[in-house]
Design a protein around this ligand. Structure first.
Ligand code: 3PG
Length: 394
């Protein structure tokens, strides 16, 4: 892919595809990370004299104008983070967009209204992509987190204008490439979360890429149960036992060591701070649920990860949002952070839950790279080609 290095942008209209799809609760942005991570690209373009036209989707309005899903308040937040005036255009195509772009001076920034107000966006309608392309001389995609969508603003328009990766896109691709594409070995992955069914392709891809695969979270229950271990009332997917065994077989054939929990923290009710018990995985009471991996598992993981040079992490080890089932995830996160800080490990993490868990453990600053992507991070871990990235390369 082409980066912004050496690209002459002064006086040019540059369409920047950002991902301004930030979490909002009660009308307030609850996490500014995506906006903050976008600013290097906007600042660089603006300082070099480009006329910066920012475009993004926000939530899922399904091709209709939904006032609650306007990007107007997000444009204000972008201005605050940048510490400069950011204009706003009431539509991302047509007259409002054209007029907004025509009146820009070199260095100015405008945010265009939600692309998903138009059905052509998600359909990747060539006519809609052409409308977007009309607004600019160059296209910069800085939305790795939306690159798994083949939409007009992420894919179609990239084929109509000279296209470049923005600084955030570049950082994501470089970090992810160094973690799975061409990693320093041994390389390990930690995969957690609730369901095997949502991460089948991911597990299938990882076993042929990593040396060690740690499986945690409720999805580990499916693997344990598949091996005939009683998991009581734990969340698990009984219809995926055969698939789980297949994955284990594939791992073995590929020389990938799969590490499963050896002990578990169990409770009979799922609520904050219920009475708990710590038991070996083969001694889970019939009326109990596994809600976290136990201390022996954490010790085993630390020991197993001690010689590992590269680590990719997606998914918590336990039900970390409900105390005390955050214990193992927090302990492991701190161990990973300490080894990263000591220069012994390159650690890359992504996915909404994983990032909140790392934040909860207070270690986000110490992880080598934290992706801004959720779904795109998963698809990348699955080994899929992301259409938004492919369009930049084509
Ligand atoms: C995300 O938040 O993962 C991206 O912005 C993509 O959003 P989407 O799942 O609505 O396409």
């Amino acid at each position: 892919f082409r980066t912004l290095d050496g690209v002459a942008v002064a006086g040019k209209r540059v369409l920047v595809r950002a991902d301004l799809n930030v979490p909002v609760r009660d009308g307030k942005i609850t996490d500014l990370t995506r906006i903050e991570r976008l600013t290097p690209t906007i600042r660089e373009l603006s300082e070099k004299g480009a006329r910066v036209v920012v475009t993004s989707h926000f939530e899922r309005p399904k091709g209709k104008r939904v006032p609650e899903m306007s990007l107007a308040p997000i444009a204000v937040a972008l201005g605050e983070v940048l510490g400069r005036k950011v204009r706003f255009a009431e539509d991302c195509v047509g007259l409002p967009a054209q007029q907004a772009v025509e009146t820009l001076h070199d260095g100015d920034v405008v945010v265009l209204e939600n692309t998903r107000f138009h059905p052509g966006e998600e359909k990747n309608d060539p006519a809609f992509a052409a409308e977007l392309a009309k607004l600019a001389d160059l296209y910069v995609n800085d939305a790795f987190s939306a690159a798994h969508r083949a939409h007009a603003s992420t894919e179609g328009v990239a084929r109509l204008l000279p296209s470049y990766a923005g600084r955030l896109m570049q950082a994501e691709l470089e970090a992810l490439g160094s973690a799975l594409g061409n990693p320093v070995r041994p390389v390990a992955a930690i995969v957690g979360g609730a369901k095997v069914s949502t991460k089948l392709d991911l597990l299938g891809n990882l076993v042929s890429k990593v040396d060690v695969l740690v499986i945690g979270g409720a999805m580990a229950n499916t693997f344990l149960a598949a091996q005939g271990i009683g998991v009581g009332k734990s969340l698990q997917e009984a219809d995926l036992h055969a698939t789980a065994l297949e994955i284990l077989g594939k791992a073995k054939a590929a020389g990938c060591e799969v590490v499963l929990p050896v002990d578990a923290v169990v409770a009979t009710e799922f609520r904050p701070n219920p009475p708990t018990q710590t038991v070996p995985v083969d001694a889970v009471p019939a009326d109990a649920m596994i809600l976290d991996v136990g201390p022996a598992t954490v010790a085993k993981l630390q020991e197993r990860l001690a010689g590992v040079k590269t680590l990719v992490w997606n998914g918590p080890l336990g039900a970390f949002e409900t105390p005390p089932f955050d214990t193992a995830t927090v302990a492991l996160a701190r161990a990973v952070a300490a080894r990263t800080e000591a220069g012994a490990l390159r650690s890359v993490a992504g996915g909404g839950d994983t990032v909140s868990a790392l934040r909860h453990a207070g270690v986000t600053e110490k992880i080598s790279y934290i992706s801004t992507a959720g779904g795109a991070f998963l698809e990348w871990m699955e080994g899929k080609t992301l259409p938004g990235v492919a369009a930049l390369e084509g």
